[in-house]
Design a protein around this ligand. Structure first.
Ligand code: C2E
Ligand code: MG
Ligand code: MG
Length: 311
């Protein structure tokens, strides 16, 4: 039987080896274990087993919390606490399921942003998006959800990895341009890990470029050289530079000296349950939404203090 012309998920269901999924990864027929996981994940979504944790994103110069990245976790009834690498690669086998996970996290993050704003915590929420979102209907869905949760577009950042963007560059361009029109911030995640055409990336409306944490792992001299080169290039192109995976205070200081704009990492806080992170965000953020307001004189933010990791 020819699978030509069938939707991707049908081709995968029929065992059409060699199909490429939304992320560009080569798909094969799901194994029994993978199918069990997919079925469980569908059930978990409905049962509320997926949790969204948040990691603060700080302005390097002021130490003030500018955002919080939403990261999904699965509180599995039998297997315990699962991290994204334990289940997202399998979820990506199904565009529908991966899209549902992303929308679930988007809804949770917008709801949280609304609640936090009501308590004076003004941080932008950043949400990761998979290739399943690269659909022309997606920007409209985002606009609807912003409206439903009463969140301004600028208070949401959507993160797409280089891998996702380059797997489908034409659709990505269309969707990203439409999201830019909606007014959400766009962040290119894991920059430097894919085989991107720089010309293509430059033509896309990303506001922020997030340097992949793997760049921080080399010897100090090469780390500084590479990060400096990327930072200078991004600044010349008018982009905000974010560094992830900053684990020590010394590393923080070096990256700040290079001119990186925003940072996140264990040296501030690992991703945590919203109830556990709210206090830190309240301390490090500036009450209200006025850009010009300064942190309270005795707050950690005003002293430029970077919190020690709690774990
Ligand atoms: P990411 O978006 O690049 O997120 C950063 C990852 O680095 C997170 O891993 C975070 O826990 C980890 N991290 C944060 N600070 C440090 C640090 O100082 N050192 C080190 N070594 N790691 C740090 P996590 O939570 O396991 O997520 C892995 C990836 O899964 C994310 O990478 C993102 O690509 C994907 N992901 C997570 N949640 C979602 C989601 O809701 N939707 C989609 N589509 N993808 C998601
Ligand atoms: Mg991310
Ligand atoms: Mg990343």
């Amino acid at each position: 039987m020819s699978t030509e012309g069938l939707p991707l998920r049908e081709r995968v269901r029929l065992g059409w080896l060699g199909a490429r999924g939304a992320t560009g990864a080569l798909l094969t027929y799901p194994s029994p274990a993978q199918r069990t996981l997919l079925r469980d994940l569908r059930r978990a979504l409905a049962a509320g087993e997926l949790e969204v944790h948040y990691q603060p994103i700080l302005e390097m110069r002021s130490g003030r919390a500018q955002g919080a990245e939403a990261l999904v976790r699965w509180n599995h009834p039998q297997r315990g606490f699962l991290w994204p690498p334990d289940f997202l690669p399998q979820a990506e086998l199904s565009d529908d399921l991966m899209g549902d996970v992303d929308m679930h996290v988007l809804d949770a993050a917008l709801r949280r942003r609304s609640e936090w704003a009501g308590r004076g915590i003004a941080v932008r929420v950043a949400v990761n998006m998979s290739g399943a979102c690269l659909d022309p209907s997606f920007p409209g869905q985002v606009a609807e959800r912003l409206w439903a949760h009463d969140v301004q577009p600028g208070d949401l950042a959507l993160e797409l990895t280089e891998r996702v963007v380059m797997a489908n560059p034409d659709v990505a361009t269309e969707v990203l341009n439409a999201l830019h029109e909606v007014g959400v911030q766009l962040c290119l995640d894991d920059f430097g890990t894919g085989h991107s055409s720089l010309a293509r990336l430059v033509s896309l409306p990303f506001d922020q470029i997030k340097i992949d944490k793997s760049f921080l792992l080399g010897d100090e001299k090469s780390v500084l050289r590479i990060v400096k080169a990327i930072t200078d290039l991004c600044h010349a192109l008018g982009r905000v530079v974010v560094v992830e995976g900053v684990e020590t205070r010394a590393s923080w200081d070096r990256l700040a000296a290079l001119g990186c704009d925003l940072a996140q990492g264990y040296c501030v806080s690992p991703p945590r349950h919203p109830d556990e992170i709210e206090g830190l965000l309240a301390e490090l953020s500036v009450p209200g939404t006025d850009e010009g307001r300064r942190p309270a004189p005795d707050s950690a933010a005003s002293r430029g203090i970077v919190k020690k990791p709690a774990v």
